[in-house]
Design a binder for this molecule. Structure first.
Ligand code: PEP
Ligand code: MG
Length: 875
């Protein structure tokens, strides 16, 4: 049986592989093969496959036949370029470079100028007629091979080079002459011998073998492993090895090397963009030893080469139908391409390039939509730290709501409102926020908390408001009374400026320049195209007319969750709410509720109007009552004055209402079961608002949602109440409103008994925040302190409050949908937990057949795009 093919040759206009062989040849190898086949000037060479790397890793040696095939390919290479490897007359030199399936920039190893030794260097000098160039190549080779293959610290070589430049009183290494470089070579060789105990290897075939091993081994170096983990690249992909005949950019002033993008990777503008260095090799550009010149200068310096390069880059872009990131070398005014690949780009550039390429007829609409990554576009919707800024962070918390903000530190919601009213920009810093802080949060530029996770109050509310938030920043020691916080030695007082970055979790002392988001017309257009492909609906979580309007402008198709609790805190109504909670009997509660109802009705009127023609899911009161309890004597006194109940009795009642575990306590529909008058009041307000706006010509589609149902009987009781009240209101208005009654599925028991619950529920909305909390037994408010470590250790791939835990919580969602639809085949299902705005979770929602996702207003564009990706990728 003949050995497996591990080596693929390219050269003389023909390649054994092609661009489709990325998995086998790696991105670089596939690109070189493809360019060769396209007739683009590429130096000849060959690629050792990723399969060989994997086998090498497994058996700690080459797979059978690989080395023989390598030597054969070297022969072929010698013929192709007319030079011999190891020759003392006209030696062939090669580069040995890694190249995985996807680019892992700078993570793995490369050796250039391989094939030089004390004899071949003389041959190179003779053949090129350029001794300086020959010794420049040799000293480069010793350093790279020494560093990459032999493990000699590269600083040792750089130190000697620096000293040489100082001694000769020159700035740049191009000013060193042949004699200087010879001396450097001698010194470099000594460094290698001192460090490794052996002389620098002179056998060129051994050099080749060692370099191949080094590239294979670099797949498993620490930085490559970390990069793979961060970028979710499987460990068993391996890297290919590309061995390519050297072309020389360091032969003189008619030579050079550069990297370029076929369009601007930062703005997306259709302009050739890149850098170039005369008389240099590739590593000089990357290493930043010399400052490269803009590519446009090549046009002045070597117009004919520039024209050639223009031809090539246009050909490559048309062929790949995407923006390319290319590397090239010019040897004596002849252009060689060394690499092409799809270029990395900012969100802004991704949008512009996709839009332009569709308009140019290069790609179709579907491809244009898929070219813009949902994870990336969030950048476009929030202010960001200017990438040109340099700054030091003093602490890092959870990146709870994206964007960045600069402002003066304040420690209470009241102060935030006061200072904002006085025209100051403020950042609210709290241990954690509660619904009471809503006004202050609104007045702030951003929110920073010491505790709490990705679905804590601060995180959820900030995202809803489109404000940046860093949550769970455990390094912060806050003294709210003294109005100061410390992080290590840093002491930050009220009024001091800080900057926070909610996209990364960074906390920075002082002011950092921000740049404003630009919602381009092109982005809006791409979102429209996305809408043509997606099958999932996209709604929003909004509880004010203002947020509803923002979401609608972003393309929301209704409200998937209107949390009513925030309305209870607005303005004066909190006093009436507190009076209701502390009332001693039903009569007292009803009296207080009558005061709240007009406010509620106004809220709903505003939202229905903003969402004219679209469904609005309103959730009845959910959070534990204790969140509304007055904390200060002053607040209790206010309730005493309003209700006539003595202060002491109120204080005692407030004490009684405290719970050990409020999240699992008296909340959700349990409130509706035990205090039906609260939910009744809300249903009156909803239905009266609906009847009223309908009369004004607004199309209303209310969906009344009962939270935290665990048993179908809870829903059956409450549904009966809802229908009774609705009937009564409609009769009194002499009108009919189409409305639905449904439930949240946010407890495991609800998912497990979804068939029973669906007898009563006309829709399900998966509340995956609570469902994650209750399924994982992980407090959404406390887990921020330790969850990052869980993610670091790979226990959870991602924070399960951000991206749905598919194998755990996901099962319950899937079961809930299946069981629910068994009972009620046309059951409408959606998701309204924070996962509704997370692309990975949205793909999951598509897979299990939900009808819609609902997310905060500023995530709506992300969700529209992710839903299109889900549909197009056939997830
Ligand atoms: C949920 O639990 O997923 C949900 C949307 O409700 P809340 O975050 O208000 O508890
Ligand atoms: Mg919930």
């Amino acid at each position: 049986m003949s050995a497996k093919k591990f080596v693929y040759f390219f050269g003389n206009g023909k390649a054994e592989g092609d661009g489709k062989d990325k998995n086998l040849l790696g991105g670089k190898g596939a690109g070189l093969a493809e360019m060769t086949n396209l007739g683009i000037p590429v130096p000849p060479g060959f690629t050792i496959t990723t399969e060989a790397c994997i086998e090498y890793q497994k058996k700690h040696g080459y797979p059978e036949g690989m080395w023989e095939q390598t030597l054969e390919a070297m022969k072929k290479l010698e013929e192709a370029v007319g030079k011999n490897f190891g020759s003392t007359e006209n030696p062939l030199l090669v580069s040995v470079r890694s190249g995985a399936r996807v680019s892992m920039p700078g993570m793995m190893d490369t050796v250039l100028n391989l094939g030089l030794n004390d004899e071949t260097v003389k041959g190179l000098a003779k053949a090129s007629g350029n001794e300086r160039f020959a010794y420049d190549s040799y000293r480069r080779f010793i350093q790279m091979f020494g560093d990459v293959v032999l493990g000699v610290d590269h600083h040792k070589f750089e130190k000697v080079l620096r000293k040489m430049k100082q001694d000769r009183n020159v700035e740049s290494d191009t000013e060193l002459n042949a004699e200087d470089l010879k001396q450097l070579v001698a010194e470099y060789k000594k460094i290698v011998e001192d460090e490794t105990g052996k002389p620098f290897p002179q056998d060129t075939t051994k050099q080749l073998e060692f370099a191949i091993n080094a590239v294979f081994n670099s797949w498993d170096n620490q930085r490559a492993k970390t990069y793979r983990k961060l970028n979710k690249i499987p460990d068993d992909w391996g890297t290919a090895v590309n061995i390519v005949a050297m072309v020389f950019g360091n032969m003189g002033d008619d030579c050079g090397t550069g990297v370029a993008f076929t369009r601007n990777p930062s703005t997306g503008e259709k302009e050739f963009f890149g850098e170039f260095l005369i008389n240099a090799q590739g590593e000089d550009v990357v290493a930043g030893i010399r400052t490269p010149e803009p590519i446009a200068r090549l046009k002045d310096e070597m117009p004919e080469v520039f024209a050639q390069l223009e031809d090539v880059y246009k050909k490559l872009e048309t062929h790949y139908k995407d923006m390319q990131d290319i590397e090239f070398t010019v040897e004596r005014k002849k252009l060689y391409m060394l690499q092409t690949r799809s270029g990395k780009r900012t969100a802004k550039a991704a949008v512009k390039i996709a839009y332009d390429m569709f308009k140019e007829g290069l790609i179709d609409k579907k491809t244009a939509v898929l070219r813009v990554l949902p994870e990336q576009v969030d950048q476009l919707l929030h202010p960001m730290i200017d990438p040109k800024e340099k700054y030091a962070t003093i602490a890092k918390g959870l990146p709870a709501s994206p964007g960045a903000a600069v402002g003066k530190v304040v420690f209470s919601a009241e102060d935030a409102e006061k200072m904002a009213a006085a025209g100051e920009k403020v950042i609210l810093v709290r241990n954690e926020t509660s619904p009471e802080d809503i006004g202050g949060m609104h007045a702030s530029e951003g929110i920073l908390t010491a505790t709490g996770g990705m679905t804590s109050h601060a995180a959820v509310v900030a995202r809803g408001m489109g404000k940046c938030c860093v949550a769970g920043c455990g390094a912060l020691k806050i003294d709210e009374a003294k109005k100061v916080f410390t992080v290590g030695d840093n002491v930050v007082k009220e009024g001091d400026f800080i900057t926070i970055n909610g996209s990364t979790g960074e906390v920075i002392l002082g002011k950092v320049t921000l740049i404003e988001p630009e919602l381009s017309g092109e982005f809006a257009e791409i979102l429209k195209w996305a809408d043509e492909f997606r099958t999932l609906g996209v709604r929003t979580n909004a509880d004010t007319p203002h947020d509803s309007k923002i979401a609608r402008d972003f393309g929301a198709e209704g409200i998937g969750l209107c949390r009513t609790e925030h309305m209870f805190f607005d303005g004066d109504r909190i006093d009436a709410v507190r009076e209701m909670i502390l009332a001693e009997n039903e009569e007292g509660r009803r009296r207080a509720l009558e005061k709240v109802k007009p406010y509620q009705k106004e809220d709903f009127i505003g939202i229905f109007k903003a969402m004219d023609g679209l469904p609005v899911t309103i959730r009845l009161l959910d959070p534990p009552l204790h969140e509304f309890i007055p904390h200060t004597d002053e607040d209790i006194q206010k309730v005493a004055d309003a209700s006539g109940i003595p202060f002491d009795r109120l204080q005692k009642k407030a004490e009684e209402l405290k719970e050990f575990n409020p999240m699992l306590g008296h909340r959700g529909c349990r409130l509706g079961i035990t205090f039906p008058e609260i939910y009744e009041m809300q249903v009156y307000a909803i239905m009266e608002a609906a009847c009223k706006v309908k009369k004004e010509g607004v199309k209303v589609l209310p969906e009344i949602m009962i939270p935290l149902v665990g048993h179908f009987k809870e829903l059956s009781i409450l549904k009966e109440m809802v229908n009774r009240v609705a009937e009564e209101v409609m009769n009194s208005y002499n009108d009919k409103i189409e409305y639905l009654v449904g439930t949240m599925i946010e407890l495991p028991r609800a998912a497990l008994t979804a068939d029973e619950i669906a007898e009563y529920a006309e829709f399900f909305s998966f509340g995956t925040n609570d469902l994650t909390q209750t399924t994982l037994g992980l407090s959404r408010d406390d887990s921020g302190k330790f969850l990052p470590e869980y993610v670091d250790k790979g226990i959870y791939k991602e924070d399960p409050f951000v991206s749905i835990d598919v194998s755990g919580v996901g099962q319950l969602v899937e079961l809930g949908v299946t069981k629910g639809r068994k009972t009620r085949p046309n059951l409408k299902t959606g998701i309204c937990g924070e996962h509704g705005g997370d692309p990975e979770s949205i793909y999951f929602c598509q897979k299990v057949g939900l009808n819609y996702v609902s997310c905060s207003p500023y995530r709506v564009p992300v969700a529209r795009l992710a839903a299109a990706h889900a549909a197009l990728k056939n997830i």
